[in-house]
Design a binder for this molecule. Structure first.
Ligand SMILES: [Zn+2]
Length: 123
């Protein structure tokens, strides 16, 4: 199961990649030297886009983040640790001067995340 957290070519991420590539932006993927190996890195703009799965990264208000009823004693600490790690990485990136946009799986599926991405890259 842990492999799914690290999965690099998730569908929402592929959607985002196609969008920004189609808009003419070039990026690097999962730079090892950056905290959390962020998804899309726009080096010259010093911007980063993080594409988060709603369950694995526990998107608070979102139904997709709801925990399974079984094995809660297993899931709760694991997902809490994911969340903490996300926050820590985000803080480290911002401190290092990166502008970061976190986009959630549900926002990409719903379509309203895509406009935000292009706006973020524009300015
Ligand atoms: Zn969500």
């Amino acid at each position: 199961m842990m492999a799914a957290v690290r999965s690099k070519d998730t569908k929402p991420e592929m959607t985002v990649r196609r969008l920004v590539h189609g808009a003419g932006y070039r990026y690097r993927l999962h730079r090892k030297e950056l905290p959390g190996r962020p998804d899309l890195v726009f080096v010259s703009k010093r911007k980063i886009i993080l594409v988060n799965g709603c369950f694995w990264h526990q998107h608070g208000p979102c139904v997709a983040s709801h925990l399974p009823r079984a094995n809660r004693e297993y899931w709760i600490p694991k997902l809490e640790a994911n969340k903490k790690r996300d926050m820590k990485n985000l803080r480290a990136l911002r401190r290092a001067g990166w502008k970061c946009l976190v986009i959630w799986e549900c926002q990409i599926k719903g379509g309203n995340g895509l406009g935000r991405i292009l706006k973020f890259l524009e300015n």
